[in-house]
Design a protein around this ligand. Structure first.
Ligand SMILES: C[S@@+](CC[C@H](N)C(=O)[O-])C[C@H]1O[C@@H](n2cnc3c(N)ncnc32)[C@H](O)[C@@H]1O
Length: 230
């Protein structure tokens, strides 16, 4: 887990029976939640390859983990009201096309008193680019920024990985902070933490000096609680 997440969540052993990780990919962070103290974890991802990897990793560790291959927005009703923690982020909500429905899904999964934790690239990064080691603005609208692209930046999946498969088109939607917060408030959650941090959690602008990156927000953190007693 990232130090910002640890600082927000505290000792999971003390309060987290079930953590549901939305968009868990191959389950590394999901299993970290267990290793950090959640009694059981549930990972949800739309990719069958990721879920198969996650299942293998969970079995190898003997983790009390359940893996579900489905769209986040269609997470099964059996999980409703069962999560002490809904955990997501690190490149997750940019793939969600309906933020209001996403917020309602989070709210229905949480127990009363349960908490959502989100840590993402700050949405401002959606309008920033790096050229020749310098930051510049892309021709994008912060409020509507969306990107359709093929493949991945070398800083995310290095060419050295040997993965030469042709990638499908993908469609990213950069959600402004206000859109995320308002969707969660409309879904009935209470905002407890909103943080903007001048540190990245991955090398998003390779070649740009660290001093230049410390002058604007790189990470967004957010915690929101479902009202009620646990
Ligand atoms: C960049 S990864 C997130 C990685 C994850 N946070 C981690 O650090 O391991 C985005 C993930 O979202 C999944 N995904 C995208 N859209 C989804 C959806 N609608 N429902 C469920 N999973 C989705 C993808 O399969 C992918 O695993």
């Amino acid at each position: 887990m990232h130090p910002l997440e640890r600082a927000n969540l505290g000792d999971l052993r003390l309060w987290c029976r079930r953590a549901i990780h939305l968009q868990c990919a191959s389950g590394r962070d999901t299993l970290s939640l267990w290793l950090e103290g959640a009694a059981e974890v549930v990972g949800v991802d739309i990719s069958d390859v990721h879920i198969a990897n996650a299942r293998r990793a969970g079995e190898a560790l003997g983790a009390p983990a359940t893996w579900l291959c489905c769209d986040v927005l269609e997470t099964p009703a059996e999980l409703d009201g069962t999560a002490d923690l809904v955990y997501t982020g690190r490149g997750a909500i940019c793939w969600i096309q309906d933020i209001a429905l996403w917020a309602c899904t989070v709210a229905r999964l949480l127990k009363p008193g349960g908490i959502l934790h989100l840590m993402e690239d700050h949405p401002f990064l959606g309008v920033v680019d790096a050229r020749k080691g310098k930051l510049c603005l892309r021709d994008e609208d912060y409020f509507k920024a969306s990107v359709a692209s093929k493949g991945w930046p070398a800083s995310y999946i290095p060419e050295l990985s040997g993965d030469t498969r042709d990638q499908s088109w993908k469609f990213e939607q950069q959600w402004p902070i206000s859109a995320v917060v308002m969707a969660l408030l409309h879904a009935g959650l209470t905002l407890e933490v909103l943080g903007e941090h001048p540190v990245g959690y991955w090398d998003i602008f390779p070649g740009v000096p660290a001093e230049a990156l410390q002058k604007f927000p790189m990470i967004l953190t957010l915690m929101a609680r479902k009202p009620g007693a646990r």
